[in-house]
Write a protein that binds this ligand. Structure first.
Ligand code: SAM
Ligand code: DTB
Ligand code: SF4
Length: 328
């Protein structure tokens, strides 16, 4: 069955812009109120990422270390063994993650032995009592059905930026392609994880445009990763200046106000943020992070740093970490 066209609400971009540009203290206060109405304010959803297939990707995403077109000196790796993936998921659970997100550097999923293996990985991770998430490029409706049947809870596929700026970031697949994949995920009954990247040289209007596209999906994505560009040597965006901290706070707060039920994730780029910047984002409604020393190919905030920050803020992972030395 072909996916139905994605449904969108009549949310206007002007109304998103009005929220995004409110005085910052007002904006954070309002977002914090919305956050408290819909979520436990001291609880943080923690996902762990694992790159199960790394590098040699056919797409030309200008931010990415894994594109074969970028000279990032990354060593490509074949699909990992299922046993190694299960071991990583067990360790993530013991450290306090509640969701395990597997990333494959594929342009799209193919109906082949590797996909069969990924289906087995999803089932095995699910059997550990973790939520499962996969990000593996474009997919078709029958593949989404197979993933759902294997136990996939979330599929991550990002819009990355506004429709207007998109062509300056990726040329090998269109915004429309991305929306089609998201529709297939939705129709299959898998929850949608969809967000974008800030700091790629886009304007404030583009950041507003991205949040508008996310928030007008009906229903909006259950999970919204907001990444700050991690500039990677050898990629076209390697020398981009860092995102001003207030832009991240504005984006989080606006997303929280417009997508009150969603999980808003402070994602890539967190390692470069100050503790104070992260704290303001949590106050403004971010309620999820990637936990663990590594994202897919780059470093994350370390487990030690996160434990210290969580203690200072009085926030806790949804899933209590196991006592040290205990495997679950
Ligand atoms: N190939 C799949 C895809 O593109 O959907 C999955 C992997 S891809 C690495 C997942 C997402 O990570 C991208 O859509 C992008 O938003 C984010 N990402 C990748 N490289 C990044 C970087 N250097 N900085 C920030 N976010 C990044
Ligand atoms: C998302 O939005 N961010 C994650 C996840 N979805 C797959 C990936 C971040 C990747 C950062 C760069 C890297 O480690 O390669
Ligand atoms: Fe490939 Fe995904 Fe990286 Fe784009 S973001 S180059 S699709 S791995």
């Amino acid at each position: 069955m072909a996916p139905s066209p994605s449904t969108t609400s009549n949310l206007s971009r002007e109304s998103v812009s009005e929220i995004y540009r409110r005085p910052l203290m007002e904006l954070v206060f309002q977002a914090a109120q919305v956050h408290r109405e819909h979520h436990a304010p001291n609880s943080i959803q923690c996902s762990t990422l694992l790159s199960i297939k790394t590098g040699s990707c056919a797409e030309d995403c200008s931010y990415c270390s894994q594109s074969a077109r970028n000279d990032s000196s990354l060593e490509p790796e074949r699909l990992m063994d299922k046993e190694a993936v299960i071991a990583a998921a067990q360790s993530a659970k013991a450290k306090g993650s509640d969701r395990f997100c597997m990333g494959a550097a594929w342009r799209s999923i193919k109906d082949n032995a590797d996909f069969d293996c990924v289906l087995e990985m999803v089932s095995s991770v699910k059997d550990l009592g973790l939520e499962t998430c996969l990000t593996a490029g474009m997919l078709e409706p029958h593949q989404a059905d197979k993933l759902r049947d294997a136990g996939l809870d979330y599929y991550n596929h990002n819009l990355d930026t506004s429709p207007e700026f998109y062509d300056q970031v990726v040329t090998t697949r269109t915004y429309e392609d991305r929306l089609e994949t998201l529709a297939a995920v939705r129709v299959a009954g898998i929850k949608v994880c969809c967000g974008g990247i800030l700091g790629m040289g886009e304007s404030e209007e583009d950041r507003i445009g991205l949040i508008h596209e996310l928030a007008r999906q009906s229903p909006p994505p259950e999970s919204v990763p907001i990444n700050a560009l991690v500039p990677i040597p050898g990629t076209p965006l390697a020398e981009n200046p860092p995102l001003p901290w207030d832009q991240m706070v504005r984006a989080v707060a606006t997303a929280r106000i417009l997508m009150p039920q969603s999980c808003i994730r402070l994602s890539a780029g967190r390692a470069a943020m100050t503790e104070e910047g992260q704290a303001l984002c949590f106050l403004a409604g971010a309620n999820s992070v990637f936990m663990g020393d590594k994202l897919l190919t780059t470093s994350n905030a370390t487990e030690t740093e996160d434990a210290a920050l969580f203690r200072k803020l009085g926030v806790e992972p949804l899933n209590e970490p196991a006592p040290q030395g205990v495997s679950v």
